[in-house]
Write a protein that binds this ligand. Structure first.
Ligand SMILES: [Fe+2]
Ligand SMILES: [Fe+2]
Length: 179
């Protein structure tokens, strides 16, 4: 029988208890490769000397994540209103993940997380999935650019992980739009 252990995700910093690292971080969606044993955690993971470009990229990423969190939050309420349990589960998970991304970015920027502004959405699941797809597509394009232009290895890794995670979300929306 395998032993229960504590892991930590290097993309969000959150701890996870299990016999193995998960295939996706339950908090930020990062893949297994980003998990380390809690004993091996590097406390300076979010202490990066930021260039002006890196700071501007992180600030732009924070805006996107907060905006997407607020959008998914609206979509959760719309699903609730419609009695749509699947939509509720899906948008709630997306809201939590995007909110976690905003938190991680604030750790790099050394700032408190700004409060959410409200963002409108549709009352329909498909329309919200379509807008979600467009939002993920924009995020992927922005993070790909940030990943490629940053000179800090740790930020390259961070933005690269966000690209992978948002691709999961894009695929999920695409599947739901086909159904
Ligand atoms: Fe994570
Ligand atoms: Fe995100």
């Amino acid at each position: 029988m395998s032993k229960v252990r504590v892991f930590r995700c290097r993309i969000c910093g959150d701890p996870y208890i299990g016999t193995d690292a998960p295939t996706r971080c339950p908090f930020c969606g990062a893949v297994t490769e980003y998990f380390v044993m809690a004993e091996d955690w590097n406390p300076n993971e979010f202490n990066v000397e930021l260039s002006d470009v890196a700071r501007a990229d992180l600030e732009a990423a924070l805006k996107l994540e907060l905006d997407n969190t607020a959008f998914y939050s609206c979509a959760v309420d719309a699903a609730k209103e419609a009695g749509d349990e699947y939509g509720l589960a899906k948008f709630k998970a997306l809201k939590k993940v995007e909110n976690e991304h905003a938190s991680s970015i604030c750790k790099f920027l050394k700032i408190d997380k700004p409060s959410l502004e409200s963002v409108p959405c549709s009352s329909e699941f498909k329309a919200n999935s379509q807008e979600g797809w467009e939002r993920e597509d924009r995020a992927i394009k922005a993070y790909t650019k940030f990943r490629d232009e940053t000179t800090e290895e740790r930020l390259k890794e961070f933005f690269g992980a966000l690209v992978e995670i948002e691709k999961d979300h894009l695929d999920l929306h695409a599947e739901n739009l086909e159904e």
